[in-house]
Design a protein around this ligand. Structure first.
Ligand SMILES: NC(=O)c1ccc[n+]([C@@H]2O[C@H](COP(=O)([O-])OP(=O)(O)OC[C@H]3O[C@@H](n4cnc5c(N)ncnc54)[C@H](O)[C@@H]3O)[C@@H](O)[C@H]2O)c1
Length: 251
């Protein structure tokens, strides 16, 4: 408990699913959490406050620089400088699986815009606040699909590869500012979007069969790694990717 006391943490895409679990978990560990999403953040914020945690909700579009600047200004005003950023927002569960020959340029651009450009823009917006703070932890959310190359999902897999590239390049660039950048490669996880979507049934069976730990992966299974990467425990770790998937892929 209290591993993240006195730290201000922004979680993008935290209105639901895995991002909401990160926000709830970090609040339990004492962080003041900014629930940042294009969707309504009210219920996640209420839940955190009702449990005695600290949180604010800020309507934020990670593809819009003005929206991000407003989010940072509101955060600094209400909570202080930002120490932790989780780049979690993405287009994921709503993507229809299809052969790459049927993915048109507009659909490709839409996925890359949010999933690859979004973390880049959010990081640009937040780094000045981390510099003021004198330290920062950026946790980028990639996917195990980049390690194994999931078919019918080429635009998404490419977007999550871009997240790995940003992690490695920015870790080198920001280390001198005491801003550490790492990445989690997430296995198939039963977020609302996955649990309610039958197109993931085949992938679920395959993932389960491949796992060392023979059960479904839940959003809470990621929290231990989040606490490690967000806290002082990882103060000598940067530019790394952590594969959290119950042992489905040995990377
Ligand atoms: N669930 C899985 O199996 C799985 C596996 C690997 C990686 N991931 C990654 O984990 C993260 C969360 O996954 P999830 O299953 O909870 O996804 P989700 O689709 O349920 O949630 C994504 C969230 O991002 C928000 N969002 C979308 N566009 C946005 C924008 N422009 N600005 C701000 N917010 C925006 C959505 O409103 C939503 O709340 C994503 O990055 C996803 O790619 C998930």
């Amino acid at each position: 408990m209290n591993r993240l006391e006195n730290k201000v943490a922004v979680v993008t895409g935290a209105a639901q699913g895995i991002g909401a679990a990160y926000a709830r978990g970090m609040a339990i560990e004492g962080a003041s959490v900014v629930v940042a999403d294009v969707s309504d953040t009210g219920s996640v914020v209420e839940e955190i406050l009702a449990a005695g945690g600290k949180a604010i909700g800020v309507n934020t579009d990670v593809t819009n620089d003005e929206s991000l600047a407003e989010m940072v200004a509101t955060t600094e005003d209400k909570l202080g400088p930002i120490e932790i950023l989780i780049n979690n927002a993405a287009i994921f569960a709503s993507i229809k699986l299809k052969p790459f020959m049927q993915i048109d340029n507009d659909e490709l651009d839409a996925v890359l815009r949010v999933n690859a450009r979004g973390p880049f823009q959010a990081t640009k917006a937040v780094v000045p606040s981390m510099r003021k703070n004198g330290r920062g932890k950026i946790i980028n959310i990639s996917s195990g699909t980049f390690l194994r190359g999931a078919p019918m999902f080429c635009h998404y897999v490419a977007s999550k590869g871009a997240v790995v590239g940003q992690t490695r390049a920015l870790a080198r660039e920001l280390g001198g500012d005491n801003i550490l950048v790492n990445c989690i490669m997430v296995g198939l996880t039963e977020s609302e979007g996955v649990a309610s979507n039958t197109q993931f049934d085949a992938a679920r069976g395959g993932n389960l069969a491949a796992r060392i730990i023979q059960r479904d992966m839940l959003p809470e299974d990621l929290l231990g790694t989040i606490y490690y990467l967000a806290s002082e425990d990882s103060d000598f770790v940067s530019g790394q990717c952590f594969n959290v998937d119950g042992g489905a892929i040995s990377a």
